[in-house]
Design a protein around this ligand. Structure first.
Ligand code: ADP
Ligand code: MG
Length: 268
């Protein structure tokens, strides 16, 4: 049964999609069966996997509304074990469709329940917002990975997100676990990067991945080739960092360090 992991942060441009695509790719390369759900109307994860942008093929929108079965909309990426279900700008319209539904927070969860038994990991790439799409993503997931860009305002955004997680836990009675925050676009030559890291680790000593993702040009270039970075520049620092993150996640499972054993974020 898959671990279902939402990759979320309401800030845009912090590395959610880059993390979803490349972490999913390395786990698949190690031999795990992985599904990436692109639940962002911008559909960047789909195009990073080589999906035709603005393709009229059905995807997450039709799946979540129950118009298509998951197997009808699942695509195989350049990696045999990495499957994905594409996003599309029409996902923005899903907000309107769902807003009056009584169980509007649970649509994605029901969809995920229909397919999670087929995979080891299901990743959900979420949009930069705290909208109903994001709430659906967090309610569908067992765990959340939070990419945190190494910059000054990141920690403020993080407290907002943790507040949302707390609301989801209490109001929707959903036991969402924090698998970890991952520092992205880190530049060890910059004092700011080092300061943000120090601050993050001192506030949340048990909830920050050891692996740090450097600012690395190959990660920014890979989407233009429509393939994860492991095809395009496997020896680049960015690629090696995502490989280490995948290894760290698997090592955590092997020593029984599942997220339920991590401490909770202390500012909740
Ligand atoms: P989000 O999904 O949070 O909006 P993205 O993953 O799309 O963020 O990243 C935003 C931009 O930054 C993209 O152009 C991406 O290619 C680039 N990027 C992401 N992570 C890195 C990194 N570690 N080094 C360099 N560029 C990065
Ligand atoms: Mg994104």
């Amino acid at each position: 049964m898959a671990r279902v992991i939402a990759v979320s942060n309401q800030k845009g441009g912090v590395g959610k999609t880059t993390t979803s695509v490349n972490l999913a790719a390395y786990l698949a390369a190690i031999g795990r069966k992985v599904l990436l759900l692109d639940f962002d109307p911008q559909a960047n994860a789909s195009s990073a996997l080589g999906h035709q942008a603005l393709s009229q093929e059905p995807g997450m929108y039709e799946g979540v509304l129950g118009e298509k079965e998951s197997h009808e909309i699942t695509k195989v990426s350049a990696l045999e074990r990495l499957h994905y279900i594409p996003g599309h700008p029409n996902l923005a319209g899903l907000l309107v469709e769902l807003v009056n539904a009584p169980d509007r927070e649970y649509f994605l969860r029901k969809f995920v329940l229909s397919l999670r038994h087929r995979y080891d990991y299901v990743f959900i790439d979420l949009p930069p917002s705290l909208s109903l799409l994001t709430v659906n993503g967090l309610v569908a997931a067992d765990e959340i990975i939070i990419p945190v860009q190494a910059e000054y305002y990141s920690l403020e955004g993080l407290s907002q997100l943790l507040h949302t997680i707390a609301l989801i836990k209490t109001n929707l009675r959903h036991p969402l676990k924090v698998a970890g925050a991952v520092l992205t676009m880190y530049d060890e030559r910059e004092r700011l990067s080092r300061d943000v890291e120090k601050e993050l680790r001192s506030h949340f000593p048990h909830n920050v991945f050891q692996t740090v993702i450097p600012r690395a040009v190959a990660l920014a270039e890979a989407p233009s080739f429509g393939k994860p970075v492991l095809f395009h520049a496997p020896d680049s620092p960015g690629a090696l960092a995502y490989k280490r993150l995948a290894d760290e996640i698997i090592a955590g499972e092997e020593v029984g360090l599942m997220p339920s054993h991590f401490g909770n974020f202390s500012i909740l």
